[in-house]
Design a binder for this molecule. Structure first.
Ligand SMILES: [Zn+2]
Length: 73
């Protein structure tokens, strides 16, 4: 039996709605993080796309969907 096999009932489903406008529909966009070539050892900087969902109505990004904050160094 797989650990990933989870029975999800209607009671466990929690629709996420936008905190700003109560919208329930989200659009997937990509945040692109750049990884320096000095870290990867490659010729060029590496672009890492990170999928993010934003409210289709007002464009707000729920906290759950915020991409990992870039560390400033
Ligand atoms: Zn919204």
């Amino acid at each position: 039996m797989s650990k990933m096999n989870i029975n999800i009932g209607p009671n466990e489903m929690q629709p996420i709605s936008c905190k700003e406008c109560d919208g329930m529909y989200f659009r997937q966009v990509m945040a692109i993080n750049k990884v320096s070539k000095f870290l990867t050892g490659g010729d060029k900087d590496t672009m890492v796309p990170i999928p993010v969902f934003r409210c289709d109505d007002c464009g707000a990004i729920p906290e759950e969907f915020q991409p990992v904050k870039m560390k400033t160094k």
